[in-house]
Design a protein around this ligand. Structure first.
Ligand code: NAP
Length: 172
C-alpha cells in the first residue's frame, strides 16, 4: 500500500504513522510512498516505525531523477517507476531506436531495460495484449555501459509529465 501523493495539509509524520498502523494491523503486507521528494523521504523514514519498502516516482530516459533515486537507495527503498515509456513518447526516439536495432528490440523495450539496469522497477501500462508481451521482452537482454551512457544523455529540462496542482516542489 502506497501513499499516492504527499498532502501538504497533513504533517508527514501523521501520514506515515497512519500507514505504519495499517501495516501493523495486517491490512497491508508492505507499505511505501509515491511522489515524495528527498526532504520528504528523510522525514518519512525518520517517522516510520515500520520499513518503507518502496518509493514510486516518474522515471523515463528524459527525466533526471538522480537526487531522489539516491535518497531512496540511502533509505534502502525499492524504486518503482511510473510513466516508463514517457506516456508513449519513446517509440519515436532516434537514440532508443538505434540501440534497439542493435539488439533486435523495440525502443519501448530499450527504455524499460534502461530503467531495469538502473534497478528501477518499471510499470508500463498498455491496453494492447501484443504490447504487454513486447514490454515483458525488456527482461531478457542487457545494455552495454556505452549504451547506458548514451541513453542517460537524453535527459532534458521540462520533461516531467505528471505534476498536478498537489505536487510537491520537486527536487531539481
Ligand atoms: N503514482 C503516480 O502518481 C502515478 C502517476 C502516473 C502514472 N502512474 C501509473 O504508472 C503506470 C504507467 O504510467 P503511464 O500509463 O502514465 O505511462 P506509460 O506506461 O509510460 O505509457 C503508457 C502509454 O504508452 C503506450 N504503450 C505501452 N506499451 C507500449 C509499447 N510497447 N510501444 C508503444 N507504446 C506503448 C500505451 O498505449 P496503448 O495502451 O495503446 O498500448 C499508453 O498510451 C500506470 O499504471 C499508472 O497508473 C502512477
Amino acid at each position: 500500500m502506497l501513499i499516492h501523493w504527499p498532502n501538504a495539509q497533513i504533517p508527514i509524520a501523521d501520514s506515515i504513522n497512519a500507514l505504519c498502523k495499517v501495516k501493523r494491523s495486517g491490512l497491508a503486507k508492505h507499505i511505501g510512498v509515491a511522489n515524495y521528494t528527498v526532504a520528504m523521504l528523510d522525514e518519512a523514514t525518520k517517522a516510520a516505525s515500520e520499513p518503507l519498502a518502496c518509493l514510486q516516482i516518474e522515471t523515463h530516459p528524459y527525466l533526471d531523477q538522480t537526487k531522489v533515486l539516491a535518497a531512496a537507495r540511502r533509505h534502502g527503498m525499492a524504486v518503482v517507476g511510473y510513466c516508463p515509456l514517457a506516456r508513449g513518447k519513446v517509440p519515436a526516439d532516434p537514440v532508443l531506436q538505434k540501440v534497439g536495432r542493435a539488439h533486435g528490440k523495440s525502443p519501448a523495450q530499450v527504455s524499460l531495460r534502461f530503467l531495469e539496469e538502473e534497478r528501477i522497477i518499471p510499470i508500463p501500462r498498455t491496453s494492447k495484449r501484443e504490447r504487454l508481451a513486447e514490454n515483458l521482452g525488456s527482461l531478457d537482454f542487457k545494455l552495454s555501459d556505452a549504451e547506458m551512457a548514451e541513453i542517460a544523455m537524453l535527459t532534458r529540462p521540462g520533461s516531467r509529465i505528471v505534476s498536478p496542482l498537489q505536487a510537491p516542489q520537486w527536487d531539481s
